[in-house]
Write a protein that binds this ligand. Structure first.
Ligand code: PMP
Length: 342
């Protein structure tokens, strides 16, 4: 893979903004270089633009070296960055599975990049041949999401590897829900696939959606291209501090995941007993997709009880489906009691 051929020429030759923190690195006693207010420490100072202290801890937890990590304002930020780095507006295109996470298409539309959807099979599996057929000389990125939202299933690793080997452009594997899956992450495969970008997030298993922190893992070369175009101080100091606290609490995250996996199992068993539940799709995520037939009716009845699930009735292949996030044992019981009473 020749990265220069994939990156937009204006981005390849871009001279990035050089911040005060880029120009002087290290410790000093008097900082008069960034037009900051000297009072109200510590938040008077700009944060580290490359968030090295946070990345050092992520390196330990994820086993990926810090130069291979980009942090963003949620994983929504790297999703937008890859369009701007690789795709020429009005000319080039990306290919994605359908249904999947909605932001890929929104970012494609914002950036005026053609978004080619390739349907999953009826049981939500990848159709690798169809994906490859949708690719042409102007395709820069293929988006895969595994475990996939809203279907919940992870794709077999061999299928994703077929895509990685068969496509000369960038392959994004969005692993937002990977902590709930036993199918395995692609983080340990970064060295084998120079065209791979893995996305993960603090918003799901790590219980930190409010701090807006997403991670992209890729080759050093890809990470440096993305670093060139991100906002200089894209992850604020409060977020970096809270991320360090959460990262120090990895055992807590494991405990939460175990509870949620047990609850998921219980939820599936109980939902299966409801007469109007037609199908519960296999899930590797912290939610279940449930075919209930009258999704709108059941959604509205739950709303009346103050219980909000996601109505996916109008999504491709998800007609009649509700997407239900696994909550605490108490929340799940409230949901199940309400659904049994319908
Ligand atoms: N990817 C997937 C598959 C998601 O479902 C979501 C959130 N719903 C995201 C990414 C975005 O996560 P973040 O909060 O990190 O922006």
């Amino acid at each position: 893979m020749n990265l220069q051929e994939l990156v937009r020429p204006n981005i390849w030759s871009l001279k990035p903004y050089s911040s005060a923190r880029d120009e002087f690195k290290g410790e000093a006693s008097v900082y008069l270089d960034a037009n900051e207010n000297p009072y109200n420490a510590p938040y008077n100072r700009y944060p580290d633009p490359l968030q090295w202290v946070v990345k050092e801890q992520i390196e330990k937890v994820k086993g990926v070296s810090r130069e291979n990590i980009l942090l963003g304002n949620g994983s929504d930020e790297p999703i937008d960055l890859v369009f701007r780095a690789f795709c020429e507006p009005g000319v080039e295109n990306v290919v994605a599975i359908d249904p999947t996470y909605g932001m890929y298409q929104v970012c494609a539309d914002i950036n005026n990049i053609e978004y080619r959807k390739v349907r999953l099979t009826e049981d939500f599996q990848l159709d690798v041949d169809a994906l490859m057929k949708a690719v042409d000389a102007k395709t820069k990125i293929i988006f895969l999401c595994s475990p996939n939202n809203p279907t919940g299933n992870a794709f077999p690793k061999e299928e994703i590897i077929r895509v990685l080997n068969g496509f000369g452009g960038i392959v994004i594997v969005d692993e937002a829900y990977i902590d709930f899956s036993d199918k395995g992450t692609f983080l340990s495969d970064l060295d084998n696939f120079p065209n791979l970008i893995v996305l993960q997030t603090f918003s799901k298993a790590w219980g930190s959606a409010a701090i807006r922190l997403g991670m992209a893992f890729a080759s050093k070369e890809i990470i440096s291209v993305l670093n060139k175009i991100k906002y200089p101080y894209n992850v604020n100091q409060l977020t970096q501090e809270q991320a360090l606290k959460v990262l120090a609490n990895a055992d807590q995250v494991k405990d939460w995941v175990n509870v949620l996996l047990n609850e998921r199992q219980n939820l599936v068993e109980q939902l299966n007993q409801l007469p109007y539940v037609q199908k519960i799709y296999p899930t590797d995520a912290n939610f279940v997709l449930v075919k209930v037939g009258d999704a709108n009716g059941i959604y509205n009845k739950l709303v009346e009880q103050g219980i909000i699930v996601r109505n996916r009735h109008s999504v491709t292949l998800c007609e009649g489906c509700l997407r239900i996030t696994v909550g605490t044992p108490e929340e799940n019981k409230t949901l199940l009691d309400a659904m049994k009473a319908i």
